[in-house]
Structure formats: C-alpha cells, structure tokens
Design a protein around this ligand. Structure first.
Ligand SMILES: C[S@@+](CC[C@H](N)C(=O)[O-])C[C@H]1O[C@@H](n2cnc3c(N)ncnc32)[C@H](O)[C@@H]1O
Length: 393
C-alpha cells in the first residue's frame, strides 16, 4: 500500500511538470478559447455523420440502461456541450425510432487540470435546458422526453487511465489528440523553427513521430481497458493528408508563428537561445499513421477513417450564405485577425510560460500581418483526420 501511494505521488509530480502550461485560454474574454473556437465547431459539425453512424452501430448491438459518454479534451466554451448534446440527441432519436425507453446518461467531461472547468460547470443549467429544447424542436420528441443526464468533470491526462475498467460506451475526442504528452526529446537542433518544418533536420521529424507513436499507442491501451466490448470511439485529429510530416498542410500555420518570433530575434527583443529552445508539443498525423498505430496496438477495429478540410478562417466557409452588411461578413474581411485569435486562444499559455507575458501583443500583431499576407495569396486549410473505432471482443 505504501509503495502504491508513493508511486502515485511520483506519477502526479511528473504529470504536473509536463502539463501545467498546456491549456487553452480560459474565461470568456476576447482572447478566450470560448470566443475563438469556430474552426473547431465547424470540424465537429463536419464529422457529425461519422458520430451518428458509430452511435447507431452501438445502439443496434446493445443499448445499456445507463450510457456512459466521455468527451476527451473538452476544453471550455460553446463546443464543450455542443458535442454531448448532439450525441444524446442521436441516441434519443434511435430510442424513438425503435420504440425504446430513453436510457440514463453519465457524461464525463475530461481535460487537463488547468482547463477552465468552472466555466463548464456554470453552464450546466443551460446545457440541460438546451437538451430539452433540441429534443422538443425535433418533432419526434415529447416534452421532457430525454433520459436523466448526470454530468461529471474528469480532470487528468488522457495519456493515462481516467475511468474504471469496462465502464465507458462512447468516447469522443475532437482536436485534442494532436497534443502530445510532451515536447519530444533530442530536438535541440530544430533551430529557427517551433514545430516540424521543411527546414527541420531528419532527427527532429523522427523524434516527433516517435513521440506520437508512444503517446497514441498508450492512449489506445488505456481506452482499451475502459471501453466496454463493442463500445465505440470517434477521434478527430488536426492532421494532414500527405505522407510527408513536414508538409505545408500541417506545418505552415506554425511556420508563420516562427517567422514572427524570428523577426523579434533579429530585432533583439527575443534571445536566439530562447527561440531555439521553444517547440510545440503537437503532432499532426496522416491517416496511414493513425491506422498503423491502431492496428499494432490491437484493442480496437477501425470502422471508418476519413480526412476532411476546413478553412483557416472559419467564417470563410459561410461566405456565400452571408449578408454583406452583417458583422460576420466584416469578420471575414479580417481573416488574419480571426486566425491569429484562434491560434492565440490555443498557444498563448505555452508562449507566456516560455517567453513571458511582455512579448505577447507584439508576437500576435506580427503573426496577424503574416497570416493576412499569406491568406491573400493562397487557399489555406486545416486537415482533419477522423477515425471511428469499435472495442474488440
Ligand atoms: C483545441 S482544444 C479542443 C477542445 C474541444 N474538443 C473542441 O473541439 O473545441 C484541445 C483540448 O485538448 C486538451 N488536451 C490536450 N492534451 C490533453 C491531455 N493529454 N489530456 C486531456 N486533455 C488534453 C487541451 O487542454 C484543450 O482543452
């Protein structure tokens, strides 16, 4: 017992060292993730058919009296409840179609401990109200027809066990699994870059890939223990189509941020050693890399593996449907600002922890200029790799 407690405390210590700086900007301010996550919301909408297919297959196999759903890397903002509401709605639709009673729901919201969980819990009432409203809007539902829903926070890294053995039926993760458990080791020679890039030495590309393999394989092992037999997972990574890990598809967005930081090195605002020691703990996998890891780990079978695309400037997707006088149309014109804000919501805590708070406005103002320039010259897109999996018997 003593050993077990000691191991646990070491585990927690390592965990805090690795993770305390990775989090999205909390709250509801101008630079918050809650106000700058439209791209991620578009991705959730794009992948809806894959989730619905996975839920249908789960339901037809066996629907338990209590369905346990986990959203991993849920963050805090409008997307947090958007996904869960959709999943419950899809199950409720199936219940009506098959003339079954609604199940009860356990909903687990997971993210790293630094996430703004308070913001999630404060929105609980409106989530429950929305659930009823969405069901009532759908003609198939009677008022208050949704099964009881119990919400739990599950703080911790998904690169480790989060739930009891064979207790979860549906796992969802969108735009969270591209975050690695740490910056890969041995990449001190990635000079002038902050992520993989076309100028990164080969050992850097290999180190990033190896870190992804270790992390994703361990993720699958942990979920393999937690998900019930026949249970499903739908995972969407920020990824790439190309087999080349340094392809512009996934690296360009960070290359432009590196360009902003390098300008500041040249002007003596940032020290070169500081720049060289900064790398983003992310890996944007290709579909074949995801497939290889799932197959070699062995706990899950792939039902579907797809790549989709979304514009860097999420407002651009609505271009045709927009009123040219509207505020949304105005935002579209300022695409560089939108993308810089989206990236700021995601990367600011990492930058602050490494370079300090003082440089932040300067970095993002330069980044915005570089983004605006490149977006005026070419079509710029994020690529999403979505995989739907079933837990093997
Ligand atoms: C870009 S946000 C996506 C949030 C939400 N799923 C969405 O689609 O809007 C990525 C989230 O993953 C979380 N995350 C990253 N690594 C994690 C880990 N190892 N364990 C749990 N959450 C993690 C981050 O803290 C962040 O909130």
């Amino acid at each position: 017992m003593y050993m077990a407690l000691k191991d646990l405390s070491l585990c927690i210590l390592n965990f805090e060292i690795k993770f305390h700086v990775l989090r999205m900007n909390g709250g509801i301010g101008e630079a918050s993730y809650a106000n700058n996550s439209l791209v991620q919301q578009k991705v959730i909408s794009l992948t809806r058919p894959i989730r619905e297919e996975a839920i249908t297959s789960l339901y037809y196999k066996k629907i338990p009296r209590t369905v346990s759903i986990a959203d991993l890397g849920c963050s805090s903002g409008p997307n947090t409840f958007f996904v869960v509401t959709e999943i419950i709605k899809a199950i409720e639709n199936l219940c009506r179609e098959l003339n079954q009673n609604s199940p009860e729901y356990n909903v687990f919201m997971n993210d790293l401990p630094g996430n703004d969980f308070n913001n999630i819990f404060r929105s609980l009432d409106s989530f429950k109200q929305n659930l009823m409203i969405s069901n009532n809007n759908n003609n198939k539902f009677e008022k208050n027809s949704c099964g009881p829903c119990f919400l739990f926070g599950a703080p911790g890294s998904f690169y480790g066990r989060l739930f009891a053995n064979t207790s979860i039926h549906f796992v969802h993760a969108s735009y969270s699994l591209q975050w690695l458990s740490k910056v890969p080791e041995g990449i001190e020679n990635n000079k002038g870059n902050i992520y993989m890039s076309s100028t990164s030495p080969l050992n850097v590309l290999n180190a990033y890939y190896e870190q992804f393999r270790r992390d994703f394989s361990f993720f699958l092992k942990c979920r393999g223990e937690e998900v019930v037999e026949g249970g499903v997972m739908v995972l969407t990574f920020l990824g790439r189509r190309s087999d080349d890990p340094s392809s512009k598809e996934c690296c360009y967005i960070w290359e432009l941020m590196a360009a902003a930081l390098n300008q500041m090195v040249l002007e003596g605002i940032i020290k070169e050693e500081q720049m060289d020691a900064f790398n983003i703990p992310q890996y944007t996998p290709s579909p074949s890399e995801v497939k290889l890891e799932v197959q070699s780990e062995g706990s899950f079978t792939i039902n579907r593996l797809e790549v989709s695309e979304v514009n860097w400037n999420a407002y651009e997707n609505n271009w045709n449907a927009m009123d040219s006088e509207s505020e949304e149309f105005e935002s579209l014109i300022d695409g560089g600002y939108n993308v810089a804000q989206c990236m700021r919501a995601v990367a600011e805590p990492l930058l602050v922890s490494h370079f300090g708070e003082d440089i932040i406005e300067n970095v993002f103002s330069r980044y915005q200029t570089l983004l605006t320039d490149s977006m005026s010259k070419e079509k710029t897109k994020f690529f999403n790799v979505t995989v739907s999996l079933t837990r093997n018997a």
